[in-house]
Design a protein around this ligand. Structure first.
Ligand SMILES: NC(=O)c1ccc[n+]([C@@H]2O[C@H](COP(=O)([O-])OP(=O)(O)OC[C@H]3O[C@@H](n4cnc5c(N)ncnc54)[C@H](OP(=O)(O)O)[C@@H]3O)[C@@H](O)[C@H]2O)c1
Length: 265
């Protein structure tokens, strides 16, 4: 039984920074695979990679006890052909690479959590989508989610437990986080309901997200896991709660065409 507590994160992302703080406080050593070492903040230690090819970074993976891969180009962009390709490849390739290395590794990390998304489920206003009874949706974002999960599943690793983090919108402070964008809209008086407002929103607080990571690292679950607060809320309810929490007295509604949920897709 290994006793080391080395955590390797892939991507210097918003979620990765939160995971760094959480696990470091609990005594873990944290390293981060990144294309931008200068973006990695202490106490995490950057390890350079390009997310596409094998090189010296493999040593860090072989030494890790746990791998959490957070790579994926932001979806906050226009969905033209080049961005669609980047959204897909920035998820599939950085998932394939560790899979290749782990498949050859005599003493691999015992756990591999890979980012995925609750976006994989169909748009549902009738019932919640669980891992067992949920129905997969259709469209570009869902195709990306499937390809991403399929890539992780392709590596059938006997010594490494794999978990797919079907995460909903994570609410926490941070540059470019969804919450920061929504809070800015609210302060501008623009956080009314979006479209009909009856669509459901799944969300999770950043602290609960980190707790979930810790639970998944130490537990025995494998495969897809919904990482989200148990009760989704309607967009109308969510926007009202956001406005109240920020002391905003009104919020103009957005039409279904122009609303932020397009790029949150
Ligand atoms: N935030 C959420 O609410 C949420 C919800 C559901 C799912 N997710 C998923 O969870 C993951 C992390 O989310 P986040 O909000 O923390 O993302 P983020 O802040 O946008 O960071 C994503 C990271 O992915 C890495 N990356 C981007 N393109 C890459 C490429 N071509 N090759 C290798 N690495 C690349 C970058 O790391 P470097 O620049 O350091 O290389 C970047 O920091 C994403 O895959 C996202 O889709 C997030």
């Amino acid at each position: 039984m290994k006793t080391r507590r080395n955590l390797l994160l892939a991507g210097s992302s918003f979620l990765s920074a939160a995971a760094t703080r959480w696990f470091h406080q609990k005594g873990w050593q944290v390293r981060v695979l990144t294309r931008r070492p200068a973006a990695v903040e202490s106490p995490a230690v950057p390890v350079s990679w390009d997310g596409e090819s094998r090189s010296d970074w493999e040593v860090a993976l072989r030494e890790a006890d746990v791998l959490i891969n957070f790579c994926g180009r932001s979806v906050k962009c226009r969905y033209h052909a080049a961005n669609r390709r980047a959204i897909l490849e920035s998820r599939v390739l950085p998932t394939r690479l560790p899979g290749e290395v782990l498949a050859e590794c005599p003493m691999p990390p015992r756990v591999w959590l890979n980012a995925a998304s609750a976006t994989i489920y169909r748009h549902a206003e009738d019932r919640g989508m669980s891992e067992s009874g949920g129905e997969v949706g259709a469209g570009f974002s869902v195709d990306v989610c499937r390809a991403w999960e399929d890539e992780a599943r392709r590596w059938r690793l006997r010594e490494t437990r794999q978990v797919l983090l079907r995460t909903s919108m994570v609410l926490g402070n941070g540059a470019n986080s969804v919450y920061s964008v929504l809070a800015r809209l609210a302060r501008l008086g623009l956080a009314g309901k979006m479209g009909s407002g009856s669509q459901f929103i799944s969300w999770i607080h950043m602290e609960d997200f980190c707790r979930a990571l810790e639970f998944l690292v130490s537990g025995d679950l494998e495969g897809p896991v919904n990482v989200t607060a148990p009760e989704p809320v309607t967009n109308r309810f969510f926007m009202e709660a956001l406005r109240k929490s920020l002391g905003c007295r009104f919020g103009l509604p957005a039409s279904a065409v122009g609303c932020v949920s397009q790029w949150l897709d």
